[in-house]
Design a protein around this ligand. Structure first.
Ligand code: AHG
Ligand code: MN
Ligand code: MN
Ligand code: MN
Length: 324
């Protein structure tokens, strides 16, 4: 079933359907660019830095521009908050029904090694950007109307939730249409696989040290079974693995960062991924609290992210509360 047919079937919100179709179109354009690799300057770095101080890749900027153009053309979006711009881009359609927060290219360090990258989108209701300005983007994740990521891997995928399950669409490159290939994904409650950047271990809080140590002890320790580890340096790729074969993804608070902050950004990485995971039966916390309940206080704020298989996230929550 084509994405547009699916949308007509499951959603009566015509504006939201139009918006999702434009996200899909942005994904098709970004995918086409990435497939050209070095022929399109995909591996080139810029001299500019973004608000987080990261050196931008040429594709970070190109993806941002393509996505902004599609969202503007949709006419149902009033403004876009992007990782690659200090302040939200506001459109002439200031009273349009939706706002979008986005990571136009996630995992962009993977471009240099021809690895998997993605785009992440969070759709919020427009609660009055014409008077509130960028404050209008500071809504908790539980208020999202939709969330999606595009994954530019061997196949191009769109993984989408409109708040009723999480669904996977695969791009047919011949017809340039996304086809439904997996409906209502369910993350297994139990797992023996975790994803974490272990090079930060010395910075982790005691609760995280305890959890990972127990996993590493495997069958010889308290967990009584061996664990496997993966890390792709692309949240899209890591979360996609969790949606399809289970596991947990952990980017915890570390003491390099200000108190309670992690590496990932709340509004355009943690929130949309948390909605997709929770709609697939998983959970997502910052250590103690559900990510989706956090009231944001700034557009580019960072947050610790622990998400995936329910039983493991419950264990991690217990360890964090015991530590406090
Ligand atoms: P981005 O490329 O959008 O800045 O995001 C990169 C993020 C995320 O995708 C990934 O999980 C994490 O950064 C990788 O962090 P490390 O460099 O610590 O592995
Ligand atoms: Mn970045
Ligand atoms: Mn990212
Ligand atoms: Mn990015």
């Amino acid at each position: 079933m084509q994405l547009e047919v699916f949308l007509e079937k499951v959603s009566v919100n015509h504006g939201l359907n139009v918006l999702v179709s434009h996200l899909a179109q942005a994904g098709i354009e970004i995918a086409a660019l990435i497939r050209q690799g070095a022929l399109q300057g995909v591996t080139e770095k810029m001299t500019s830095t973004n608000v987080q101080g990261e050196t931008q890749m040429k594709l970070d900027i190109r993806s941002h521009e393509l996505a902004v153009a599609q969202l503007r053309a949709s006419a149902v979006v009033a403004g876009v908050l992007s990782e690659e711009e200090d302040h939200p881009v506001l459109f002439e359609t200031l009273d349009a029904p939706f706002l979008v927060s986005m990571d136009p290219l996630d995992g962009s360090s993977n471009l240099a090694i021809n690895g998997v990258v993605g785009s992440i989108f969070s759709v919020l209701p427009n609660i009055g950007v014409s008077t509130l300005g960028e404050q209008a983007f500071l809504q908790p994740g539980q208020d999202q109307r939709a969330a999606a990521y595009l994954m530019y891997g061997p196949a191009t995928l769109m993984v989408l939730t409109l708040g009723q399950g999480t669904h996977v669409f695969t791009l047919d490159h011949d017809s340039n249409t996304f086809m439904l290939t997996q409906q209502t994904v369910q993350i297994a409650e139990e797992t023996s696989e975790f994803a974490i950047n272990a090079s930060n271990q010395r910075y982790w809080a005691p609760a995280m040290q305890r959890y990972i140590n127990e996993c590493l002890q495997g069958a010889d320790g308290l967990r009584g079974r061996d664990f496997n580890m993966r890390w792709c340096a692309s949240m899209v790729m890591d979360v996609h693995r969790i949606l399809t074969r289970g596991g947990v993804f952990l980017y915890p608070h570390d003491c390099k960062q200000p108190v309670r902050a992690g590496r990932l950004r709340l509004l355009y990485e943690a929130n949309p991924m948390s909605l997709l995971v929770s709609q697939a039966g998983g959970e997502s916390i910052d250590g103690k609290q559900p990510i989706l309940a956090i009231q944001p206080d700034s557009c580019h704020q960072r947050v610790p992210v622990l998400l995936g298989a329910k039983q493991e996230i419950q264990r991690l929550r217990e360890y964090h509360w015991q530590d406090s």
